[in-house]
Design a protein around this ligand. Structure first.
Ligand code: ADP
Length: 601
């Protein structure tokens, strides 16, 4: 259905109503005026008929010839302003103002004359056969002794009456036209006044729709339109607020989404990626840019993950799925993922699937290290405990009675107990270092390095002397560094002890320290047997030994170098080794000279 503008609905209607009203009014007026004119003419004729009837004999020469009668009629008609005809009771025309009565036919058949000759006045409107156009007739009897002696008939042309009417009608039509034009102008003004504010509101609504919600409607003078404008403005303000809130929430959500360390993957009902954050892209090894819109099998080539997504999509809404997946990592290793999936359903929207991926690779690795460590500790502790238990049982079963055996066995038990104690002390020391708390951190400060080196060498000197190892110190006495002296001494003692233990008599061990940029480099170097390259990467691991039997024989716990590494880490530095079979070994500790807070960068 064609839609017309309000203006074009209002204006023509107003004009049509006005025109119809004016037409009706002018038609009615014309009709009323014509009727009243004719009635007035009839009334005039009736009055005139009455007047001339009363002294009929005085002006009408009844016995005179026809032209005299006609002349008398003409004279009277001239005075009255009507045509006048005098008719005898038998219908014969006795005199006529406009014609020749001698030639006129018998008028007995004329209806008004029939009535007049019967004694009643009558009126008729008719085409005159005598004059040839419409006339209004009025006939009245002239009564003598109650009997009509003649009938007087007055007539006036309807055209004369209508001519007067025409003059008035022209004025009526002109007035109607003026009124119609005025009404049209007023209609135009009203139509404009009604349609313009609506037009303005439409433009405002279009601006709202285009996103310009800050725009406000112009002031309207009509109450309904003003209220509509206010409602629209309020609606726009409310929508604006909602949009701002939604945008803020979306931005926050996007920031959270992007900043999450968990990988988040959103999949639509058609198995296409609807969202993937950076962490998710990193975990799955796909570029996050451009991932959206791609299908899952095409973008993610991980069968296990796809199966998990399909399973989640098939689950009941709100029922979460969980699984542990292993994916090939970018570095060739394996990425362990703990994945949670949930089907998101909203009324009227196709369901989507949300997958959250936690990278548990590090946790798994730590778990493995922990399990391995517990196994190692158990194994390390088991040997001395088994040995102690065995010898105690032997003693209880009778060996006590043999003092020589008893003493030997008790020596062994004591040695194993020492070993147990050494392992436990080293483990406790490592644990304290790892936690970085307690007594380990009490003595951090800036101290001369040479004093620590000398103290360590002095501690090891008796052992070195006993094994024929030559110890020397090489350090600038002015060199100072930020360190924990007892801890660093322990690290150096461990390294010097190793150099003594694992090398032959005559080995030279140099304990040195020198400045190296912002760090201080401490080294314990020997010219002993050295270590094969394949052992070096694992040398600082707990319980790692190159020669297990020799270590045990030397009373080693396998934790010495692990403690050294952790002391270096505790100082914010690192431990390293350089060694070659037959070429001696050099263990180094590189520590920052100043506390972390003092150091630039
Ligand atoms: P342990 O308690 O067995 O000495 P460490 O962690 O201190 O444990 O040392 C690990 C292994 O490194 C030792 O078993 C030893 O074989 C080797 N090692 C350490 N220092 C030296 C060195 N200076 N020369 C040769 N081998 C060494």
């Amino acid at each position: 259905m064609g839609r017309r503008r309000l203006f074009w609905q209002l204006f023509p209607s107003f004009v049509a109503i006005t025109a119809l009203s004016l037409l009706a009014v002018s038609t009615l007026t014309t009709h009323v005026v014509r009727t009243s004119f004719r009635e007035r003419a009839v009334a005039d004729m009736r009055r005139s008929a009455g007047v001339i009837a009363s002294d009929f004999e005085s002006w009408f020469p009844g016995e005179a010839p026809a032209d005299a009668r006609d002349a008398a009629c003409r004279g009277m008609a001239h005075r009255l302003g009507f045509r006048l005809t005098v008719v005898a009771p038998d219908g014969t025309v006795l005199g006529d103002s406009d014609g020749d009565s001698a030639t006129l036919e018998n008028h007995a058949g004329r209806e008004e004359l029939r009535a007049a000759l019967a004694g009643r006045s009558a009126t008729a409107v008719r085409e005159s056969r005598t004059v040839g156009h419409q006339l209004i007739y009025h006939a009245a009897p002239v009564l003598r002794d109650g009997r009509p002696v003649v009938a007087l008939r007055l007539a006036v042309s309807a055209a004369v009456v209508d001519a007067e009417l025409a003059a008035i009608r022209t004025r009526i039509v002109l007035s109607a036209l003026v009124v119609a034009m005025l009404a049209a102008a007023v209609s135009l003004w009203i139509s404009r006044r009604l349609s313009r504010p609506l037009e303005q509101l439409r433009r405002v609504a279009e601006r709202f729709a285009a996103g310009d919600l800050g725009h406000r409607s112009p002031r309207a003078t009509t109450r309904e339109i003003a209220e509509l404008a206010e409602t629209m403005d309020a609606m726009a303000a409310q929508i604006g607020d909602r949009i701002r809130t939604a945008e803020r929430q979306r931005d926050e959500l996007e920031a959270v989404f992007a900043g999450m360390i968990e990988g988040v993957l959103l999949i639509d009902a058609r198995q296409r990626i609807a969202g993937l954050n950076q962490a998710g892209a990193d975990l799955l090894g796909v570029p996050s840019a451009g991932a959206e819109g791609r299908s899952v099998p095409e973008a993610l080539r991980h069968a296990a993950l796809q199966r998990f997504i399909e399973r989640t999509a098939g689950e009941e809404a709100a029922a979460a799925c969980e699984a542990d997946l292993e994916l090939p990592g970018a570095d060739g290793g394996t990425v362990h993922l703990r994945v949670h999936g949930v089907r998101l359903e909203r009324p009227g929207e196709p369901p989507r699937t949300l997958i959250v991926m936690h990278d548990v690779t590090r946790m798994r690795r730590l778990e493995n290290v922990r399990q391995e460590f517990v196994a190692n500790v158990s194994h390390e502790l088991k040997t001395p405990v088994t040995s102690i238990k065995g010898f105690v049982e032997t003693l209880r079963d009778g060996a006590l009675d043999n003092p020589a055996d008893a003493r030997r066995f008790l020596d062994i038990v004591a040695r194993q107990a020492d070993r147990l104690q050494a392992i436990i002390e080293d483990l406790l020391c490592l644990s304290r270092l790892e936690q970085g708390t307690g007594e380990t951190s009490r003595e951090m400060g800036v101290y001369p390095v040479a004093a620590v080196l000398t103290a360590a060498v002095q501690t090891c000197q008796p052992h070195a002397d006993a094994r024929g190892t030559i110890l020397s110190v090489d350090c600038d006495p002015a060199l100072r560094a930020h360190l924990d002296p007892p801890l660093l001494e322990q690290a150096l003692v461990n390294l010097i002890e190793n150099a003594i233990k694992y090398n032959d008599a005559g080995t030279r061990v140099t304990v040195s320290a020198r400045e190296q940029g912002v760090a201080v480099r401490l080294a314990v170097a020997d010219d002993g047997r050295g270590i094969e390259a394949r052992h070096l990467p694992r040398l600082f691991e707990r319980f790692y030994r190159v020669d297990r039997a020799r270590s045990r024989q030397e009373g080693g716990t396998g934790l010495g170098l692990a403690i050294v590494k952790h002391i270096a880490l505790f100082h914010g530095g690192e431990a390293d080794v350089r060694s070659a079979p037959g070429g001696g070994s050099e263990f180094t500790l590189t520590l920052p000279r100043r506390p972390a807070t003092d150091r630039p960068g």
